[in-house]
Design a protein around this ligand. Structure first.
Ligand SMILES: C[S@@+](CC[C@H](N)C(=O)[O-])C[C@H]1O[C@@H](n2cnc3c(N)ncnc32)[C@H](O)[C@@H]1O
Length: 259
């Protein structure tokens, strides 16, 4: 792969145009972002100062969910809407597992491939999670063994017309029993005004957001067994001793099991 003037950023990447995945990396305190990304992030943080803490809480849930799945015996992961695989990503959290990262954004995919080029256990695919049959076929995963599916901070980019519950069901039906699904999802349940501002910001991007209520997020798990503690504020899902649970609800999290 062609390398840019840093090893993780291929030549074809436009560094002057903010990219959502790199903006997110900045929120996480990562080193994989450029000036244009930082400027956009700072604008969003000025509107909503807790954003970096929320994004970190989301990534922290992802790590707890992946560690939980590994403890349950899951050895392969499908990370749908993976973003940049930095700052506590799935390959970092489950280093001896097979991981397939899928993202619709060619910029995130190009960075991901450059970042993970040396890791033979990881594949980075450009794909649309709304097409489960194509994603599963391209994944190369062993579909006869359990898969840990990560749908973390991505289903709010799938609008009702695309039938997010139907999409989750299609992955569920295509995977072996013992497979697990981890979801985080933005909601306006606790802070409706903040959520409206944030939604407005994303309306300017290619990825408009659909906030969902607790009941709507719960309905995404139809046909799966919701594991304890169910659909909760993401900082309340199986917290570590050092998990800060004081934050006001920013998003729901849950893990479901295919029996
Ligand atoms: C907020 S980031 C979440 C990154 C990571 N999952 C995490 O939680 O740390 C959302 C990612 O989902 C990707 N995405 C949005 N819609 C998608 C789709 N239909 N198929 C695949 N990826 C998608 C975006 O490009 C972006 O990289």
């Amino acid at each position: 792969m062609a390398q840019g003037n840093s090893s993780w950023s291929p030549d074809e990447i436009d560094r002057d145009k903010p990219n959502a995945a790199r903006v997110y990396d900045y929120y996480l305190g990562g080193a994989h972002n450029f000036a244009a990304d930082r400027a956009m992030a700072e604008q969003a943080i000025a509107d909503w100062p807790e954003l970096p803490a929320l994004m970190r809480a989301n990534r922290a849930f992802l790590r707890r969910a992946v560690r939980f799945m590994v403890r349950c015996g899951v050895q392969q992961f499908l990370d749908l809407g993976a973003g940049l695989p930095t700052a506590g990503s799935v390959p970092e959290t489950a280093p001896s597992s097979r991981v397939v990262c899928v993202d619709i954004d060619p910029v995130a995919v190009a960075h991901g491939r450059a970042l993970l080029a040396d890791n033979p256990l990881v594949t980075v695919l450009q794909g649309d999670l709304r097409d489960p049959a194509a994603v599963l076929a391209a994944s190369g995963l062993d579909l006869s063994a359990p898969v840990g599916v990560l749908l973390v901070a991505v289903l709010h980019f799938v609008d009702d017309a695309a039938d997010p519950a139907g999409i989750v069901a299609a992955y569920r039906d295509g995977l072996a029993s013992g497979s697990m699904f981890a979801v985080t999802h933005a909601t306006a349940d606790a802070q409706p005004e903040r959520a409206a501002t944030h939604r407005q910001l994303y309306r300017r991007t290619a990825l408009p957001m659909t906030m969902r209520t607790r009941a709507e997020v719960t309905s995404l798990f139809a046909g799966l067994e919701l594991l304890p503690p169910g659909v909760v504020d993401m900082t309340h899902w199986q917290p570590d001793p050092d998990t800060d649970q004081s934050m006001r609800l920013a998003g729901y999290a849950a893990v479901g099991l295919k029996r």
